[in-house]
Design a protein around this ligand. Structure first.
Ligand code: H2U
Ligand code: ZN
Length: 346
């Protein structure tokens, strides 16, 4: 008997949450179309784009004539540096605390028509350096630096120009808090960082590996919720992005490029996702050894370029559920070419 062929639950040791896996449901009939979307053609420069070099943004500031990456303070920050420092309120029903921070927008390339999947290794390397430098700068002052990328209209991304964001604050947001608590508990029990042990285990088992090289391993995690969710892990113990060596950065560009090309090739569409980096807060020093740097990729697509997974019903009220197993998803991603599908179209 293969217990993975029947409904079961899997535990996410990073967050302490369970997920429901229903593999038998992949056999149910599917009547939906699996049509290809027409290829999207974008110009290298769009005079109406608020992220292209030299263009004016909302509010009137003009972007630099940048040639690789470009950072600016978000014109509509969700967290402000100068909010009043009001006293915490411990009211058991209506707690309150103030928060201070800042938000930035990161342009990955001056080219309006590219995405990370279609950028070259040097270009991806510049983005990795930018992430690390921003973390280094902002992490001195703020407890949590959330670097992320929201890609594709289905993810609510407002602009196809390749870009990411950073939201920074002096409080740990929920996801960071859960991961902090669970990594700490594992470290106290086992004496090793949870995700260092996990990377070694996945490397040995291979069933959930999508791409890997000497420094990095990318897996569909055992506890994945989103159909093609992945976790990007260093093999060594690394606390935060600025600690990555030159060779670890080059190796990271390699696994990201291969992962993102596979993602685009899956449904032959520029693959939407939300991704982001989690690592130890810079503030706190040795007390953060339980942390391991990692990136999460959360893509919403399920069966085709247009069929997305909805997190509704049981998932909102009970717990998240998936049909195809993490092992099946990894196998599909592994089988895909590492040459971008658009290169064949020209
Ligand atoms: P998305 O990554 O979800 O598309 O969001 C883009 C961000 O860019 C969004 O947070 C900011 C928005 O506030 N923005 C500016 O800072 N200036 C502009 O001129 C438009 C958008
Ligand atoms: Zn643009």
């Amino acid at each position: 008997m293969n217990q993975f062929e029947y409904p079961h639950r899997r535990y996410n040791p990073l967050t302490g949450e369970w997920i429901l896996v229903s593999p038998h449901r992949t056999k149910r009939p599917w009547q939906g179309q699996v049509e290809k979307t027409p290829p999207e053609v974008r110009p290298a420069y769009d005079p109406n784009c608020y992220l292209c070099p030299g263009n004016e943004r909302a509010g009137g500031v003009v972007n630099a004539e940048y040639t690789d990456t470009f950072v600016f303070t978000n014109d509509f920050q969700a967290i402000l540096p100068d909010s009043p420092n009001a006293a915490d309120r411990d009211d058991p029903l209506m707690q309150f605390e103030s928060v201070q921070g800042t938000c930035r927008v990161l342009c990955f390339s001056p080219r309006h028509d590219l995405s990370l999947a279609e950028m070259d290794m040097a270009g991806i390397g510049k983005v990795i350096d930018l992430w690390a430098n921003q973390m280094q700068e902002l992490g001195q002052q703020y407890r949590w630096v959330q670097i992320f990328e929201n890609k594709g209209a289905v993810m609510g991304c407002s602009n196809p120009h390749p870009h990411g964001q950073i939201w920074v604050g002096d409080k740990l947001p929920n996801e960071a808090y859960k991961e902090d608590v669970h990594q700490k508990a594992y470290y106290e029990t086992h004496g090793r960082p949870l995700l260092v042990d996990y990377a070694a285990r996945e490397s040995k088992e291979q069933a959930r590996v999508v791409v890997e090289n000497e420094d990095w391993i990318v897996v569909v995690p055992y506890w994945a919720v989103w159909p093609f969710e992945t976790l990007v892990l260093p093999r060594e113990h690394v606390l935060h992005l600025p600690d990555l060596t030159e060779s670890q950065r080059t190796a990271l560009a390699d696994v990201l490029k291969r992962l993102l090309v596979k993602y685009d090739n899956l449904f032959e569409v520029s693959f939407p996702y939300s991704m982001g980096w989690h690592g130890a807060p810079l503030i706190g020093g040795d007390a953060n050894s339980h942390w391991q740097l990692h990136a999460h990729y959360y893509p919403p697509l399920l069966r085709s370029a247009t069929v997305k997974k909805f997190m509704v019903g049981y998932e909102m009220l009970g717990e998240p559920q998936r049909d195809i197993t993490a092992e099946q998803a990894a196998e599909r991603l592994r089988a895909l070419s590492e040459v971008h599908y658009r290169l064949g179209e020209e």
